[in-house]
Design a protein around this ligand. Structure first.
Ligand SMILES: *[C@@H]1O[C@H](CO)[C@@H](O)[C@H](O)[C@H]1NC(C)=O
Ligand SMILES: *[C@@H]1O[C@H](CO)[C@@H](O)[C@H](O)[C@H]1NC(C)=O
Ligand SMILES: *[C@@H]1O[C@H](CO)[C@@H](O)[C@H](O)[C@H]1NC(C)=O
Ligand SMILES: *[C@@H]1O[C@H](CO)[C@@H](O)[C@H](O)[C@H]1NC(C)=O
Ligand SMILES: *[C@@H]1O[C@H](CO)[C@@H](O)[C@H](O)[C@H]1NC(C)=O
Ligand SMILES: *[C@@H]1O[C@H](CO)[C@@H](O)[C@H](O)[C@H]1NC(C)=O
Ligand SMILES: *[C@@H]1O[C@H](CO)[C@@H](O)[C@H](O)[C@H]1NC(C)=O
Ligand SMILES: *[C@@H]1O[C@H](CO)[C@@H](O)[C@H](O)[C@H]1NC(C)=O
Ligand SMILES: *[C@@H]1O[C@H](CO)[C@@H](O)[C@H](O)[C@H]1NC(C)=O
Length: 393
């Protein structure tokens, strides 16, 4: 039952912090505590230093830093803000720098113990930018790379311009990949090891009109190297599809080549509901499953103890196969409307979901052995439309 309180036989009290951003302008820290199988969320810190429209949080856990992208929904520019993470879960603001509009995601790259930078994907501004990290949360602009469309697109409403939606590293840390929802591409970049300036290589061309949004890599034997088997799973928002590619490393840092091995809707064997718009995709920490969030078709009605009903979108789980294909596993309610993003904790037993339209976060149980997502353990309102939720671990 949705309303049941789960008892997991846990007696010790444990606490983990979560950082949550929302379009209303705040970043909040929530403390999740578990005591005798009962979970509780408490809001322990809030800041508006990434206002007006925080869209994404990139955590640098080794250095205790948090980078926040302000999308700037109604301003000319967006911005990049940095914070130090304090042991009590609060954030100390370091810097807010004006940027090309619409940053929605960011990834840190470079030498792990040397010079590093953060690359941002700009949705509205049709660009990728790079910022050199100078320690202690200080940073400076390194490069602006704007893009234009080369011709007409199948979906002029959503594909009026290039729309960079995410920036991720390949498993070896040599390349940055940027799904472009407007141009139906996954752009690939390498960089100069001295300057960390990005250089665009040959992209992956996704299906016309599919609208690539987010992607995740997988090494079936959990070994990341140029010579290991590597797959990439691309979620396209407009086609509501998940496409798997076998990835080959070209010699001498020359880029990546992709060969499609699987494609289906994000509903797997089930009928795809009208209006579905998938958002986030991740490989689970146990390295055996792929989880995708489905937004905009609230297919589940969840009864509440007071007789009311929660309309809920869903999470899809697929089993990862050694040949890169996917086997349908589970469709499960995410616990609210419009799960823009979710994060799984490092044990794989808790899924934190951010619901953009319900302005809340929901923690779901997950059975690591079976890969099945389960009951909600805790739920909390946030002050604005939820955009990103990250575990501090
Ligand atoms: C722990 O939870 C169980 C099941 O709800 C309950 O029977 C027990 O009394 C609880 N123990 C404590 C110490 O609260
Ligand atoms: C950060 O910079 C952006 C872009 O200049 C600006 O719109 C925003 O108000 C700034 N945010 C804060 C909290 O100072
Ligand atoms: C949390 O830690 C920061 C930095 O040490 C400090 O400034 C702040 O007062 C602390 N907050 C609370 C509630 O203790
Ligand atoms: C702010 O936006 C304007 C208009 O798009 C752009 O020309 C300018 O470069 C942006 N400023 C920064 C610092 O990126
Ligand atoms: C990958 O294989 C090539 C050719 O056998 C070899 O030169 C290279 O060192 C290998 N790379 C790694 C990281 O093992
Ligand atoms: C994958 O499937 C989706 C949904 O059926 C379809 O729209 C898309 O064109 C397919 N993509 C490829 C690359 O075959
Ligand atoms: C959800 O999908 C079903 C089945 O395709 C459709 O009948 C319904 O209108 C859709 N609802 C919304 C809100 O798009
Ligand atoms: C949500 O679904 C409705 C009804 O099917 C559709 O008109 C709308 O474009 C969808 N929104 C998104 C963001 O996909
Ligand atoms: C915020 O959520 C409301 C529904 O609660 C929705 O109508 C609105 O479009 C959302 N705005 C943004 C910017 O997410």
């Amino acid at each position: 039952m949705w309303s049941a309180i789960l008892t997991l036989g846990v007696t010790a009290v444990s606490a983990t912090n979560l950082f949550v951003s929302d379009y209303g302008g705040t970043i909040n820290t929530f403390s999740l505590t578990a005591s005798n199988g009962t979970y509780n969320l408490e809001n322990i810190f809030s800041t508006t230093d990434c206002a007006p429209n925080p869209s994404w949080l990139t955590i640098d856990s080794n250095r205790g830093l948090l980078f926040c992208m302000n999308e700037g929904l109604e301003t000319v520019n967006g911005s990049l803000s940095s914070f130090t993470i304090n042991t009590n879960g609060s954030l100390t603001h370091i810097k807010n720098a004006t940027a090309i509009s619409g940053p929605v995601n960011g990834v840190i790259y470079g030498e792990p113990a040397g010079q590093r930078a953060i690359a941002l994907a700009h949705y509205t501004g049709s660009a990728v930018t790079s910022w050199l990290l100078e320690g202690g949360g200080h940073f400076e602009l390194n490069q602006n790379i704007p893009f234009t469309l080369s011709g007409p697109t199948p979906n002029p409403a959503r594909q009026d311009a290039p729309h960079e939606h995410e920036a991720i590293l390949d498993p070896t840390g040599q390349y940055i990949l940027v799904p472009d929802l407007g141009a139906d591409l996954v752009r690939v970049f390498s960089w100069d090891i001295e300057t960390l300036k990005l250089k665009e290589l040959s992209p992956l061309k996704a299906a016309a009109g599919s609208g690539p949004r987010h992607a995740a890599f997988w090494n079936p034997y959990a070994v990341a190297s140029e010579n290991s088997t590597t797959y990439m799973y691309l979620v396209a928002e407009l086609a509501s599809s998940v496409t798997s590619y076998a990835v080959t490393y070209l010699p001498n840092g020359g880029g990546l080549s992709f060969s499609q091995v699987y494609n289906s809707t994000t509903y797997g064997l089930l009928n795809l509901p009208e209006g579905n718009a998938p958002a986030e995709v991740t490989v689970t920490p146990d390295n055996r499953f792929l989880v995708i969030s489905n937004r905009n078709n609230t297919s589940f009605n969840l009864p509440e103890p007071d007789g009311s009903v929660i309309k809920s979108d869903s999470l899809s789980t697929f089993q990862l196969q050694d040949d890169g294909t996917l086997v349908w596993h589970q469709l499960w309610p995410s616990g609210g409307f419009y799960p823009r993003q979710f994060s799984i904790d490092k044990t794989g037993s808790l899924v934190a979901v951010g619901h953009q339209y319900d302005q809340n976060i929901v923690i779901l149980a997950r059975d690591v052995a079976t890969g099945l997502i389960g009951e909600p353990l805790a739920r909390m309102k946030v002050p604005g439309n939820t955009t990103c939720i990250q575990w501090d671990e």
